[in-house]
Design a binder for this molecule. Sequence first.
Ligand code: NAP
Length: 327
Amino acid sequence: MKPIKLGLIGCGIAARKLHWPALKELKDKYDLCVVCNHTETKAKDFANLVGGGPFVTDYQELLQMPELEAVDIVLPINLNYQVTRDTLEAGKHVIVEKPLAANLSDAKKMASFEEKYACVKMVAENYRYRPGLKRIKQLLDTNTIGKPYAVFWNHFALVDENNPYARTAWRINHQYQGGFITDAGVHNIAGLRFLFADIECGTTLMKSVNSHIGELDSFSFQFLTKNNIHGSLNIFVSTHGFAENRLLILGHEGSLRLEDSRIFVKTKSGKNLEEEVNNDKGYKEEFEDFFQAIRHGNPVISSFAEAYRDLEVIFGALNAGQSWRRF
Ligand code: NAP
């Protein structure tokens, strides 16, 4: 089957560190023919990295290339709506990075593209493809720990002014609610919604510890899923010292934990399991899904509708009212 002729818009960190390594492994499926960045040096450097092909500085020029079948959009998120719409108007399939948009109004318009355009539309939400989460879903679906009733996800990390992501202008001077909490948290929400039923309601405590990285960096979200699972999502990205990314699920017959790339299961019948999962973060898998959708017409796992709901939940959590009982 012929590789897909792909163009890429936005030659920044994610394109370089996440998309290109995945695309390089899928050379039989993708031919990255042209790249675009509005600053010429970045476009040129990235074009050299990916094989020395052509580059442009105006994305409209890229969209006019008749040979291109699909476009990978890896831009600051406030541009997602306009560039996605222009790409679909140009008749190209689109994969656009998460979060879907910088606000719910743009995101809603993008969700309506599902009916408006026949081309494939997909959001590069890698948590829907991460091997570790897929394995956990399999273990839950096969009743390994019985019916789950609670989930705890702790993500403690240090993102300071020296972090390359924090140094991107659109994150530091972010024009979207939640700063790093939205940027990172939308992944966790997607992961939780992938594993369980939808998140129905919740309440949140949050604060800013290091105001140099945006309006918010510390967030505790207590929630309930539609099937009555209690949840706690803690994202603290100004953590000095102990870092962790640990997901713990309690079921009626046991519990399971995902820590980086290791899964641990303990059940009340004494069955213990410890396994290493592929630590791939799902970038290759998402491009595989995009390929299947374009060449075979399969529906994508990470649709605009799912990404819209992820964003609605994270913004809902940020806006959640709190009612307190004084003891
Ligand atoms: P970034 O490094 O700032 O990259 C964005 C690039 O777009 C920059 O090179 C920027 O150029 C360029 N650009 C801005 N406006 C443009 C325009 N009008 N036309 C062409 N190019 C333009 O940001 P990033 O960290 O790569 O993030 C990009 C996207 O990836 C975001 O949606 C982010 O949420 C997502 N992301 C996802 C993951 C994940 O795990 N899935 C991880 C990281 C990022 P200048 O710098 O010259 O302005």
